[in-house]
Design a protein around this ligand. Sequence first.
Ligand SMILES: [Zn+2]
Length: 320
Amino acid sequence: MRAIDIHAHHEPKNFQRAVAAGETWHGLTADSDEADIDPMEEWTPEQRIADMDSLGVDVQVVSTSSAFYMYDREPAVTLAIAGECNDEVHQLTLDYPDRFKGFATLPMQDIPAAIAELDRAVNQLGLVGAMIDDKVNNVTYDHPRFLPFWQAAEQMGALLFVHQNDPTVVDARTESWHLSNTVGNLTDRALTFGSLVFGGVMDKCPDLKICLAHGGGYTCFGIGRMDRGWQVRSDVRANISQPPSAYLRRFYYDCLTHSEPALRMLIDTVGVDRVVLGTDWPANMRIDWPVSWVLGLPSLTQDEKEAILWKNLEKLLGIQ
Ligand SMILES: [Zn+2]
């Protein structure tokens, strides 16, 4: 059985080396990575591959940790950070072409720079697309400033993987109990689905490829209410002539639900051909044994398991 993981992170070695030497990296210090430090983040590529082998994961699509989005910095600083991160991920894909594909990180606060770096990443470095936050300095993706970016990504055939960074929308209410992550990630993802769909982006860019992390969050559970809002309010219909549920199959979703009934609902709502393996390696919120977990789910057929574990991503990313 083959397995391809769309959701696997990488902490830049250049950052780690600078911090270990007591230096700063583009103004960042050890405290700049606010995520829980996991020793796995410091593993060599060889250790990483050994762990993939133990998990049964053949290919990871590697993304730089969201802690390095840095959308609130000077665009030139963010671009310098992104450039080094993307070069590192590129090197992984060069050194181990059968084991790693890569996502870029981009200076999303400067759309022309983000488009240029995405172009470099996809067309020069061979990365498959980019991982982006659910918002850019609190602006959601229905804002017209982002339209040239969607159009450029669509034209390049780049896959955009949407994945939050702190703070999520939940932080405004509470910072307790890890709800910022366990509820916030899922809330942010539903907001992103709603912003892109109601904002008309998916109509303006019919071939845009977007994968929503964490199973798309609360999107599937909440789609009936979004449809009802579209039905009863004319302002909600301003940009789209179909209900939001008609757009569910325009997105891909990773399987990272930590719940079999939730994954079953996702499959039944969006279609199994839109669901892909995502593990969140090496974060502590990852699926511990992702391939075993999927294979052991009694409510999934063998065909569904194969589609999720590798067939869908092999097709989407052109991996042979
Ligand atoms: Zn993640």
